[in-house]
Design a protein around this ligand. Structure first.
Ligand SMILES: C[S@@+](CC[C@H](N)C(=O)[O-])C[C@H]1O[C@@H](n2cnc3c(N)ncnc32)[C@H](O)[C@@H]1O
Length: 294
């Protein structure tokens, strides 16, 4: 157990705000239906990160009892603090998805989003089957990165900025203290794996979430601003995370210069949006939702 994920991969805030952009009021009915979540359920989110989905279930599905489990102490602390701030009744537990502290037949729904690819498939599924009640559902969400539109975090970066990024990233190569995406699955392997784990009524659905389209008239101004600010946050956090991995890659002055350049770039993007200058940078992700019944 550690806080490696929140230190080196995605910070708690970055994760939380990016999920809020992917899964919002506009597509809530779609994805809650896809995973089979309903009011009054006992829900376990496995690999809950900083807790966005748990908070979402507690807020929008009355009577739901929600538990989030994650290995990362930083995420669990953030999720607990945010639940307290929002006055949402969720429990958060630091633990291992492959050996949870819960008894058999404890939950009606086990949910995960972008977790399965990081863990051995069958142990991951079988532990959820163990804690599900008979008739309970598993819902595994996975982003199909081979079928997603690109991110725009580096749009418009100058050669000077790109050169600083290159040095920072190159110096950190091979230094991650944890394995990410060590167990990738192809689309057809999801239903096959659920069936092999003994789930019934196995199904796979796809839906698309657009998390970045600031010029779209369907995106309210506050959300458009948040979309650009989350892109900015991703870049700022990337400097911090890469510096943790390779503290000597850039001199402090160079690091400051990189931050200045990236802030100027995002300020320019926001200003263009305020002026009504449309750039139509867009991001969307194809989601796979694999479900089954115990
Ligand atoms: C890509 S993040 C997704 C987090 C969250 N589901 C979300 O989408 O916001 C993957 C998560 O899996 C967690 N994780 C990885 N291995 C784990 C394990 N063995 N037990 C529990 N959590 C684990 C990480 O700490 C991280 O929070």
């Amino acid at each position: 157990m550690s806080n490696h994920w929140s230190q080196y991969i995605q910070s708690a805030e970055e994760l939380y705000r990016s999920r809020a952009l992917r899964f919002h009021a506009g597509n809530r009915a779609l994805w809650l239906r896809a995973i089979g979540a309903a009011e009054g359920m006992d829900v376990l989110e496995v690999g809950c990160g900083s807790g966005y989905f748990c908070h979402h279930f507690a807020e929008h599905l009355p009577g739901t009892r929600v538990t989030g489990l994650d290995a990362d102490a930083g995420f669990i602390a953030y999720a607990k603090a945010k639940a307290a701030e929002l006055a949402l009744p969720c429990d958060f537990v630091q633990g291992d998805a492959l050996a949870t502290p819960f008894g058999e037949n404890s939950f009606d729904l086990c949910f995960s989003h972008t977790v399965i690819e990081h863990l051995p498939t069958q142990p991951f599924l079988l532990e959820q089957k163990r804690v599900l009640r008979p008739g309970g559902r598993i819902a595994v969400l996975s982003v199909r990165t081979n079928a997603s539109l690109p991110e725009h975090g580096m749009d418009g970066a100058s050669p000077e900025e790109l050169a600083l990024w290159e040095r920072l990233w190159r110096a950190g190569e091979g230094k991650l203290p944890l394995q990410v995406c060590a167990y990738p699955l192809e689309e057809r392997e999801f239903p096959l794996a659920l069936t092999a784990a003994g789930f019934r009524k196995v199904d796979v659905q796809f839906f698309c979430v657009s998390s970045y389209a600031p010029d779209s008239p369907q995106v309210p101004p506050a959300m458009a601003l948040e979309q650009m600010e989350v892109e900015r946050l991703g870049c700022v956090e990337s400097v911090a995370k890469s510096t943790r991995l390779a503290p000597d890659a850039l001199q402090p002055k160079e690091r400051e210069r990189l931050l200045t350049l990236l802030h100027a770039r995002f300020d320019d993007r926001v200003e263009a949006w305020r002026r009504g200058e449309q750039r139509w940078d867009l991001t969307a992700k194809l989601m796979l939702a694999a479900t089954g019944v115990k």
